[in-house]
Design a binder for this molecule. Structure first.
Ligand code: F0G
Length: 468
């Protein structure tokens, strides 16, 4: 095992550390989350981020091709021969002036980091390559996760392609989009549909992994978040290594935002960036635990001492009222985000803000993003809905440089997309209306037409050609 890296308890009052060979998803001493920490003075980190660019010319080597591992000096926990990569992270930052204009921003200021281009179609592959690598380091033979869909698709593809371990995925029944469920099935994961929601599935899989030799791949696994840090490295790369003003990301279980905060804290510590961007975490209003705790209850990182009673009381109230998360952005339909404390730390590092947006705003923003070039899944729509909100509040200015992370591919949830564009009232009544989506201003409905050339020409508003 690498001697310059270890696992450490997030709670500064505990501070326990553990070596990399231990399989842990929480501190055995106090129950807090774990971090991967490095003795940076023992790691050969490049003097500037630009040095990473040289890797591209060596991309026939899998580690230099991977959008995660070509930054391996910044997540140095694995010996090269143990790294499990399937070519993840070939994603780039794209400037989008059309959307910028719709949001009242100046050209060249709005960027989309489209993580839907990963092998399993979501950002999860950035983390799963790292968790799979650690699973390989410790010789795990069976892995597991709970999922709203993308984590299971990602774990299933890593297990299937690498052949190093088997996997079992736990999903809430009826709570997963078909595009994602089909992936887990296709890639050969043993798939359990738990009668419950994501939070139930996660609680069960954690219990089972604690009692049996099964390696847990949810984002409580600290190695996963090391891989997800590289999404921010690619954002910086896309900006010529300049730091943007804002990073905007949907918040579900809060792994991504936590990883981003850690990335920026480390880059700043290493002198590789001179300032950190601000972070905007966007909840769906039907799953707004973080937003409520931070904005209504004043919960904060507080130097590692967040007020646990505030969180406990909030969860007790949720249980008392039998309040369960409910949003069309099923990927982020989560009641009790497991990375809450790490997200609070990220907010503190990045002077972050949290907002929640309604499903109507999410599905409209998703359609706008798709029409401007990138099909993404509903959760990703929260980013642009969030930017719109922060523009209205005046927090994001027209000249600010903003990078939005589109977390998953459009084809993950085609049912919702088709319902949005459809004129079929029964479809809309089933998929959209129950979640308060009553208008579809960006709809592009298909046109029904008879199997007849004249009828088709008429539908296309073309003249029927006269036969001479
Ligand atoms: N966007 C997509 C497409 C997701 O699949 C998820 C999480 C998120 C955003 C939220 O990210 O948890 O880091 O805040 N999906 C998980 C899953 C929960 O099981 O696939 P987060």
């Amino acid at each position: 095992m690498m001697s310059h890296a270890h696992q450490a308890c997030l709670n500064p009052h505990c501070g326990s550390t553990f070596d990399l060979g231990q399989i842990l998803t929480g501190c055995p001493d106090c129950g807090s989350l774990l971090d991967i920490r490095y003795d940076w003075d023992q790691v050969a980190v490049p003097g500037s981020l630009k040095e990473f660019e040289a890797r591209w010319s060596n991309r026939r080597q899998p580690l230099d091709f991977s959008g995660v591992w070509r930054f391996r000096e910044l997540l140095p926990f694995a010996p090269a021969e143990k790294i499990v990569t399937i070519g993840e992270g070939q994603t780039i930052l794209q400037q989008n002036d059309r959307l910028a204009q719709q949001l009242g921003m100046n050209p060249g200021r709005l960027f989309l980091q489209y993580e839907g281009l990963n092998p399993s179609g979501s950002f999860k592959d950035n983390g799963m390559t790292a968790a799979s690598t650690h699973a390989h380091m410790v010789g795990a033979k069976m892995t597991a996760c709970a999922s709203t869909g993308n984590t299971s698709a990602s774990l299933a593809i890593y297990a299937g392609v690498s052949g190093l371990f088997q996997c079992v995925v736990f999903v809430g029944s009826g709570k997963i989009a078909y595009g994602k469920l089909s992936q887990a099935l296709d890639y050969g994961a043993r798939t359990l549909q738990i009668r419950g929601d994501f939070d139930d599935a996660l609680a069960r899989v954690r219990e089972i992994c604690e009692q049996h030799p099964i390696y847990l791949c949810n984002s409580v696994n600290p190695f996963r978040l090391e891989g997800q840090k590289t999404i921010m490295l690619r954002v910086l790369e896309g900006l010529g290594w300049e730091v943007p003003d804002w990073i905007v990301v949907p918040g579900g279980n809060l792994g991504n935002c936590s990883a981003f905060g850690k990335a920026f804290a480390e880059l700043k510590h290493l002198g590789l960036i001179d300032r950190v961007p601000r972070l905007a975490i966007i909840n769906a209003s039907g799953a707004h635990t973080l937003e409520q705790l931070v904005n209504e209850k004043g919960l904060a990182w507080n130097s590692g001492d967040p007020d646990k009673a505030t969180v406990g009381d909030y969860y007790d109230l949720m249980d008392e009222h039998n309040e369960r998360a409910n949003t069309l952005a099923s990927a982020i339909e989560i009641n009790r985000p497991v990375n809450l404390e790490k997200a609070l730390r990220a907010i503190s590092v990045c002077d972050g803000v949290v907002r929640s947006v309604a499903d109507q705003e999410i599905v409209d923003a998703r359609a706008m993003i798709a029409a401007a070039g990138f099909g993404c899944e509903p959760a990703s729509g929260a980013t642009i809905a969030g930017v719109r909100r922060l523009r209205e509040e005046g927090l994001i200015g027209s000249e600010d440089r903003v990078a939005c992370v589109l977390t998953g591919h459009q084809l993950k949830d085609p049912d919702l997309t088709v319902a949005y564009h459809s004129t079929d009232e029964s479809l809309r009544a089933k998929k959209l209306t129950p979640n308060g989506v009553t208008e579809t201003p960006h709809a592009n409905p298909p046109v029904q037409v008879d199997n007849d050339v004249d009828a088709i020409l008429e539908a296309l508003e073309l003249q029927v050609a006269s036969v001479s």
